[in-house]
Write a protein that binds this ligand. Structure first.
Ligand SMILES: *Cc1c(COP(=O)(O)O)cnc(C)c1O
Length: 478
């Protein structure tokens, strides 16, 4: 399709841009641009058509089923967008006097308390801008804790081999050495491997539970105990809280700090480049190390304070505030029972779907799952030549977004499904029918699937080239 610049016709004008009201205040000569500013000139109707055409080429939750595992592509109620677009919130400036921003500060304060209740933590910062940034901040908390206890030997962070890729990456960024431990045959942490891995050099453990296989580790209390007894701290990757919110709390599982992805579980759409929010919660003994600018209540007013032994600042100002507005709206509109119901349905949906597929596809760990499950298509590939990629591409022709592919790394030909709680039984039934058809097709006409999708605007782009050499700028001739 044509780009806006290619649709532009000189002289057509672009008076849909608002008039400048500040008067003609030009910067000094040397700062003024020497070349023409290329603004597309296009009629409003053509502009509308351009964006509609673009929208038709993408797939979102409003288009169809989107079971992208570990990403929680659920429907986010419109009311959350509505509150986040209230002028009182959108027109705030981070440098305005706190007396005139009391409502916003109260919102941060109350959301902190609610998320602490949900996670079983005592304090929380909204500074981190996303999940991986939250991990990094949480790891800095752990580092600071050991530094303050003159425990400079503790340089290792233990990470299971099923971990999300951001975990070892964040640990390395925060200056730790990553120690990988294998999973046991049941997909959980291998307790003996953990016992062997801990020692005087252990700074902490990073774990997500349920893990990326969608399995809840029943040994969790023993796991956190082993790490604590060795002098380490326990970090909970709470990016996907969908499976447990309202039911189990990281704080009760023995974790000392946690991050959440508000842009997965708490009503901000995930993907598209943000904005996100990865708040970090911690137990009381770590509170004094949290990043700067926390809201506190003092004499009936809300003020900003810096924690006593703060690690400093991890982001400008106070985080992505409007994402917090959506999270609070979501929590309050669902209420205590609604939050619990959402996690219940997320788990029910995943088990329902997994059980319908498992007579045909191989389920990597055949046990009750949480909010997601993983298929291993190794056997199918050996039998028919059809890979996880082929099945994923095949589903595109049916208007289904592919599941997460080739992750977690410990499952060969992995497809990871997360049919979020907002999907209906009918949608899942329809999707199951499609995946069974694709299974059938793999045996009857593998070639067809090797070439899928057949009806999408783009088929099989060179993903490496797209990542390594992205073309993000339009080159003008003059
Ligand atoms: C999504 C996710 C992350 C990373 O979150 P970002 O906001 O993408 O940085 C970390 N851990 C798990 C388990 C996740 O699913």
């Amino acid at each position: 399709m044509k780009l806006l610049f290619e649709r532009s016709v000189e002289g057509r004008g672009n008076d849909f841009l608002p008039e400048i009201k500040t008067g003609d205040k030009r910067p000094a000569d040397k700062y003024q641009r020497k070349t023409k500013l290329h603004l597309p000139e296009i009629a409003e109707v053509d502009l509308g058509r351009h964006y509609t055409e673009l929208a038709k080429q993408t797939h979102g939750v409003n288009d169809g089923f989107y079971p992208l595992g570990s990403c929680t592509m659920k429907y986010n109620p419109r009311i959350d967008e509505e509150t986040a677009s209230l002028k009182g919130f959108t027109d705030l400036h981070p440098l305005q006097p706190v007396e005139s921003a009391q409502g916003a500060m109260e919102l941060l304060y109350k959301t902190e308390k609610l998320l602490c209740t949900i996670t079983g933590m005592d304090a929380l910062t909204f500074a981190p801008a996303a999940g991986a940034h939250g991990e990094y901040t949480g790891l800095l908390l752990i580092r600071k804790y050991h530094q303050e206890h003159n425990d400079s030997e503790r340089v290792n962070i233990i990470v299971p081999d099923s971990a999300h890729g951001t975990n070892p990456a964040s640990a390395a960024m925060a200056g730790f050495k990553v120690v990988n431990i294998p999973s046991g045959p049941d997909g959980g942490v291998d307790l003996d491997a953990l016992r062997n891995a801990v020692g005087k050099d252990t700074a902490g453990l990073m774990l997500t539970n349920p893990n990326t296989l969608g399995l809840f580790d029943p040994n969790i209390l023993e796991i956190t105990k082993i790490v604590h007894e060795a002098g380490g701290l326990c970090y909970y990757d709470g990016a996907n809280l969908n499976a447990i919110m309202g039911r189990v709390r990281p704080g009760d599982m023995g974790f000392d700090c946690v991050h959440l992805n508000l842009h997965k579980t708490f009503a901000t759409p995930h993907g598209g480049g943000g904005p996100g929010s990865g708040p970090v919660g911690c137990k009381q003994f770590l509170e004094k190390y949290l990043p700067c600018h926390k809201v506190a209540e003092k004499d009936g007013k809300y003020v900003f304070t810096d924690p006593e032994r703060s690690m400093g600042q991890v982001r400008s100002y106070y985080g992505n505030f409007l994402v917090v507005v959506k999270a609070l709206t979501y929590i309050l509109s669902l209420g205590k029972e609604g939050i619990r119901e959402a996690s219940g349905k997320a788990v029910l949906n995943a088990n329902y779907m997994m059980n319908q597929l498992k007579d045909h596809y191989h389920v990597a760990y055949d046990q009750i799952c949480m909010h997601e499950f993983v298929l291993g298509l190794d056997d199918l590939k050996k039998e028919t030549g059809v890979s996880a990629m082929d099945i994923a591409k095949g589903s595109l022709d049916y208007g289904i977004h592919p599941p997460t592919m080739y992750f977690p790394l410990i499952v060969h030909e992995a497809l990871m499904f997360e049919p979020a709680e907002t999907e209906s039984k009918e949608t899942i039934d329809e999707a199951v029918k499609i995946y069974l058809e694709l299974f059938e097709k793999a045996h009857s006409d593998p070639e067809y699937l090797h070439n899928a999708p057949h009806h999408c605007p783009i088929g099989r782009p060179d993903e490496t080239k797209a990542a390594r050499e992205p073309v993000l700028r339009y080159e003008f001739n003059d």
